[in-house]
Design a protein around this ligand. Structure first.
Ligand SMILES: [Zn+2]
Length: 431
């Protein structure tokens, strides 16, 4: 997870992450052999794809969320990925290649992530990329694996009360696109080869069960609206969702997307007016957070805090609301209160990099520079970014601070320098 968090594509969005994990957990529990633990995360990438890493980590491209016409379609792809993990397909491939240099599944996960990252850039991963690409190529699932993942995926969808036909409609659309543009096949098809035979197979299985309409959850609609509002240029997004709202003035998803894109485009008047309509029709944590962002944008910090406190009271301390609350306190320049709140949240989400960064901001706001750099170093340390973490610790040491803080800084410095040395030795062996 540390490697994933420091990956360029990893999308830090507590709301999308929470939605994907709620949906994914529901599907994982409905898998015919639910034994694995899963962690789902969003990847900021407009292409239509999802991928499973060894260890139950499932990445979902934002492009996939935007392209899903309904929740069952998105659930269909996730159920398929979950099946690859639950049926140990990755482990089976690794088993076949025992002679390779791979020693652990963790190393494999890192290799897949490295292969995903931009190859034009010179990065830490660049040296490993060539080898990682060849590993990725060997990792492509076989036809048998695909058929099994489809079969288990369909069962999972039905067990979780989604419409199994979502899997078929989504794959059919992907294939129809590919027919006309062979060279630009969606990324998903390259890692999960889709054949007519496979689609026929899914349809045969569907023939045995009556198809039914399953309404989309509000959470799905808002998550998709959030993704769509960030795509393309901001003025284009505003124009697009103005059109949708003009046609469907009551539609919560369209109102959310228009508010978010207006905020992004800097059109305050439109954001405030659309938000008012949205709030009349929906009261969820995501709507409250969006309202707080609109208010913070207009420097109405106390109204934003009011809105978030009410939402926390009503919906409980969800992670996205907790992050938004701490962030709003920092915007309101209430450093002491922010520090108190973040410290409490860190008891729930211990060593969480996002909350450690919020703690760093609170410390800096209070003029506690040594503590600020220390918290920043801890956030980096939790993402395995050792060299930048050491830089932060050196800044922390220079910033002074009391004896207690200084002794923590020294202990951390020793630990990280040791780990950096070990990693360098390991690096020469593994790659
Ligand atoms: Zn597959």
């Amino acid at each position: 997870m540390r490697q994933i968090r420091s990956d360029k594509g990893y999308l830090r969005d507590a709301e999308l992450s929470e939605y994907l994990n709620n949906l994914g957990d529901r599907l994982a529990a409905a898998n015919p052999s639910p034994s694995h633990h899963f962690y789902f995360f969003a990847v900021n990438d407009p292409s239509i794809n999802a991928f499973a890493l060894p260890g139950g980590y499932v990445g979902v491209h934002t492009g996939l969320i935007a392209a899903a016409r309904n929740e069952s379609e998105l659930a269909g792809v996730l159920a398929h990925e979950i099946a690859h993990v639950s049926q140990n397909h990755i482990a089976r491939i690794v088993d076949v290649q025992k002679s390779s240099t791979l020693t652990t599944l963790a190393a494999l996960a890192v290799a897949i992530l490295a292969a995903r990252s931009d190859q034009g850039q010179v990065s830490q991963a660049a040296i490993a990329t060539a080898q990682a690409m060849s590993i990725q190529n060997q990792l492509d699932f076989t036809r048998e694996h695909e058929r099994e993942a489809d079969r288990i995926g369909l069962q999972t969808l039905a067990n979780a009360d989604f419409s199994p036909s979502g899997m078929a409609t989504f794959f059919e659309r992907l294939q129809a696109q590919t027919r006309f543009a062979e060279s630009s096949a969606p990324a998903y098809l390259r890692t999960h080869p889709l054949t007519f035979e496979r689609i026929a197979d899914i349809q045969n299985r569907l023939g045995e069960t009556p198809s039914r309409q399953v309404p989309d959850s509000l959470e799905f609609k808002l998550a998709r609206a959030k993704v769509m509002a960030t795509q393309g240029e901001a003025p284009d997004a505003v124009r697009r969702f103005r059109g949708v709202v003009a046609e469907h003035p009551e539609d919560v998803e369209a109102l959310y997307a228009l508010t978010a894109s207006a905020l992004r485009a800097g059109d305050r008047g439109l954001a405030v007016a659309t938000l008012a309509k949205l709030e009349q029709r929906a009261a969820t944590p995501m709507v409250a957070s969006l309202a707080a962002r609109v208010m913070l944008d207009g420097k109405q910090t106390s109204q934003a805090l009011e809105r978030l406190r009410a939402a926390l009271q009503k919906h409980g301390t969800t992670r996205p609301l907790a992050e938004a609350h701490a962030d709003a306190l920092l915007h309101a320049e209430r450093g002491a209160e922010a520090k108190k709140v973040v410290t409490e949240y860190l008891r729930v989400w211990a060593d969480d990099p996002e909350f450690l960064e919020l703690l760093a901001r609170a410390n800096f706001a209070l003029g506690l520079n040594a503590e600020g750099h220390l918290a920043q170093a801890d956030a980096l340390r939790q993402q395995d970014l050792l060299a930048p973490a050491i830089d932060q610790l050196e800044s922390a040491r220079k910033a002074g601070g009391d004896y207690y803080t200084q002794s923590i800084i020294d202990a951390r410095l020793r630990e990280l320098q040791d780990r950096l040395k070990q990693d360098k030795n390991k690096g020469e062996r593994a790659w």
